[in-house]
Design a protein around this ligand. Structure first.
Ligand SMILES: Cc1cc2nc3c(=O)[nH]c(=O)nc-3n(C[C@H](O)[C@H](O)[C@H](O)COP(=O)(O)O)c2cc1C
Length: 299
């Protein structure tokens, strides 16, 4: 296992390897509740914003959540203020956080992604960009992140627009995630993050109608931990660029497993809804684990 503590990730100096997963920790709301204490004891070594799209989005109709025996399914539908609302209202608040800001963006065409990347390329407050490629390209009907050629064409279009690190967030709903990872690397991605949520469905009890307003939803939490581990392991074997791993992390032990499978950083997602202090706890647990020498008795 890698030693715990300071990490250099794509040129960013981070105090530890634990960050948040996009869309699962609202730093602006947390600042309202906890005030400056949040800044003094910020749990993550970088902050990843929820997905920003070019146009404002209302998100999906309710219900948006379904609890699973070992996780959560959501069809939130990426509500957000849109690029210009984010730049005017959210960016100044997120820039006040004491850690580097990674902005997660998603477009419904290559031109939209290019508009987002181009706009954030000019902003000094933004340390890196994460490309959420889990949506269909309206021009081809293909989910951008499920197809190596789509990912390559996307990177060819947006790579020249910024010198900032580009992190491609892979979807687990791909036939061959390692092939997509290789395509992203070869077309200029600086890092990869995985896994996003896995498509799932629930029925309105006793009916054949979907429960979620969006029809299907994304499964996250402990239920997807083993999938995340397998995919991080496969992607690590396929590429040389660094990996941010997420999916079902509840404890330092889960984080350590993903790092042993090849992750440079680990992100905490659904667990932050169950335990808002999960980020800080997982940092502490990971530190404890790395100060112990590996021995079967301590596994
Ligand atoms: C309620 C919720 C909202 C999410 N919003 C986003 C988002 O805006 N952008 C994104 O790329 N991923 C989003 N995700 C996916 C997470 O960032 C993460 O990839 C996934 O949940 C797996 O990690 P976990 O099992 O620790 O939650 C969201 C997940 C949840 C549960």
């Amino acid at each position: 296992m890698r030693p715990f503590g300071h990490v250099t990730f794509c040129g960013l100096e981070l105090t530890h390897p634990v960050i948040n997963a996009s869309g699962t920790f609202d730093a602006i709301a947390a600042r309202r509740v906890f005030g400056d204490e949040l800044l003094e004891r910020f749990p993550f070594s970088a902050f990843v914003s929820k997905t920003v799209t070019v146009q404002p989005r209302q998100g999906n109709p309710p219900p948006r959540l379904w609890e699973l025996p070992a996780g959560l399914m959501n069809s939130i539908g990426l509500p957000n203020k849109g690029l210009y609302g984010y730049l005017a209202e959210d960016l100044p608040q997120l820039a006040a956080l004491p850690v580097p800001l990674i902005v997660n963006v998603m477009g419904f065409s290559r031109d939209e992604v290019a508009e987002l990347v181009g706009a954030f390329a000019e902003r000094d407050e933004v340390a890196a960009l994460e490309l959420n490629v889990s949506c269909p390209n309206v021009e081809t009907g293909l989910v951008m992140g499920a197809d190596p050629d789509e990912v390559e064409r996307l990177l060819v279009a947006v790579r020249p627009l910024t010198g900032k690190p580009l992190i491609v967030k892979l979807t687990p709903n791909a036939t061959d995630v390692a092939a997509v990872a290789r395509a992203a690397q070869n077309a200029g991605a600086d890092a990869l993050s995985l896994i996003n949520t896995i498509r799932g469905m629930a029925l309105r009890p006793g009916s054949s109608e979907p429960w979620l307003g969006g029809g299907t939803g994304g499964v996250s939490g402990p239920a997807v931990g083993a999938v995340a581990l397998a995919q991080v392991n496969a992607v690590h074997a396929a590429v040389q660029i660094p990996i941010i791993a997420m999916g079902g992390v509840r404890s330092g032990r889960d984080a350590r497993d993903l790092m042993n499978a090849g992750a440079a950083l680990v992100a905490v997602g659904t667990e932050s809804f169950r335990d808002p202090a999960a980020g800080a706890r997982i940092v502490f647990e990971l530190e404890q684990l790395s100060s112990q020498t590996a021995s079967p008795a301590r596994l």
